[in-house]
Design a binder for this molecule. Structure first.
Ligand code: C2E
Ligand code: MG
Ligand code: MG
Ligand code: MG
Length: 290
């Protein structure tokens, strides 16, 4: 439990430890009800194409507002779901909600890709491909619209069962992206053989891209690597026009971050998609390029 308290908890008092244990027990007790009784919601964040000058995709991010504890960070309750055997129902809810949010936008003629985060436990459970297929059928969303986001470490250590699930998903026509790319430990040899379509560069890179030339050089080589392997590279966590300018200069074509758009409820998407991007993406409104 001391570990669960976080890295800052070097010396945890008995009382503080009790609070952490209490909170976790509380989340574990209340999460099943939230999954079945409408306690969860979805936020969708735009992914923008620099050359296209428009929103090309949306990433679905699960939200839980606990009645007493308030907003619980997804990393925290996804972890609880993984430990408590709740990840499959949680991810089924996310898949259903995300595809249901996308379907009307596609019907209106928007050309959008949908990113959904995947848990390794769901892959290991062996039913991810079947659950994805069911959500696509129920919503009428074509498989080619769906991109499953999987963290690097999962792909690197993938067991046979996980690889079979990934192969089945790609066979069905879904795309796969490596999330938080650069924080794991994939070798270049392994990367070249992974069944993936997109690299999502961790936002740590973007955060240091302006003040650290070495980081900028690494980003440039990731973009080049993507080009070599035929993978699109998305920069995550773009917050400032300066970061955008550097990324543009380095040839990174796909951007996600608060500068381009915050995660919003599905009801706000029509307004987000209608908003002009030119203000943010326009060259001459940005600082000089690298
Ligand atoms: P992620 O998949 O890497 O998602 C990106 C996270 O960065 C999101 O945090 C998003 O709100 C945040 N973000 C986007 N733009 C910016 C920016 O400009 N600056 C900063 N500082 N942050 C930005 P969020 O929603 O809190 O999600 C955190 C993580 O929780 C996600 O990281 C993902 O690993 C996990 N997660 C979220 N939803 C799901 C889900 O449905 N299933 C699973 N298994 N995991 C999920
Ligand atoms: Mg993600
Ligand atoms: Mg990420
Ligand atoms: Mg993350």
């Amino acid at each position: 439990a001391a570990k669960a308290a976080g890295k800052n908890c070097v010396r945890t008092t008995g009382e503080a430890l009790d609070r952490v244990v209490d909170r976790r027990a509380r989340l574990a007790r209340d999460l099943p009800g939230a999954i079945v009784d409408g306690g969860l919601s979805l936020a969708l964040q735009p992914v923008v194409g620099l050359e296209e000058g428009r929103v090309l995709g949306l990433e679905a991010l699960v939200r839980w507002r606990h009645p007493d504890l308030g907003d619980v960070p997804p990393e925290e309750f996804v972890g609880v779901a993984e430990d408590e055997g709740l990840i499959v129902p949680l991810q089924r809810w996310v898949l259903a909600a995300a595809t249901a949010a996308l379907a009307p936008l596609l019907a209106e003629g928007h050309d959008l890709q949908l990113g959904v985060n995947v848990s390794v436990r769901h892959l290991q459970a062996g039913c991810l491909a079947a659950d994805v297929t069911r959500a696509l059928a129920a919503s009428g969303v074509p498989a080619s619209r769906l991109m499953l986001e999987i963290t690097e470490s999962v792909l690197v250590d993938a067991e046979d069962r996980v690889e079979r699930e990934l192969a089945a998903l790609r066979e069905a026509g879904c795309m796969i992206s490596i999330d938080d790319f650069g924080t794991g430990h994939s070798t270049l040899a392994r990367l070249a053989r992974l069944p993936v379509d997109v690299l999502k560069m961790d936002r740590d890179f973007v955060a240091h891209i302006e003040d650290d030339p070495r980081t900028a050089a690494v980003v440039a080589s990731v973009v080049e690597l993507g080009r070599t392997l035929g993978l699109d590279v998305v920069a995550e966590g773009v917050e400032t026009p300066g970061q955008l300018a550097v990324l543009r200069g380095l040839g990174c074509r796909f951007l996600q971050g608060y500068l381009l758009g915050r995660p919003v409820p599905a009801a706000e998407l029509p307004a987000v998609l209608a908003a002009p991007r030119a203000g943010v993406l326009d060259d001459d409104r940005l600082p000089s390029q690298v």
